[in-house]
Write a protein that binds this ligand. Structure first.
Ligand SMILES: [Zn+2]
Length: 80
């Protein structure tokens, strides 16, 4: 990943769209509010020694979001 471009965005967070858990949205009961609260967690990947820049096996944490209501991981489909 060589071409790192600085993120220059003017975000109006108030008008930004809420992300709602797709699982909760699908299985929503009529009287339940949809879930837009997520907990940050980490998935940990193990990098084999041969691929690691340090030459040693390494654990790399990847931040993910877990729906507070149903426990499903929030997945963003960026490349669709
Ligand atoms: Zn959910």
């Amino acid at each position: 990943m060589e071409n790192k471009q600085p993120l220059k965005m003017n975000i109006d967070i108030e008008s930004a769209e809420d992300v709602i858990c797709p699982y909760c949205e699908l299985h929503l009961q009529e009287n339940e509010p949809s879930s837009n609260i997520f907990i940050q967690a980490f998935m940990v990947k193990k990098i084999p020694a041969l691929q690691s820049p340090t030459g040693k096996e390494a654990l790399v944490p990847i931040p993910i979001f877990i729906c507070q209501t149903c426990g499903q991981q929030l997945v963003q489909h960026a490349d669709e």
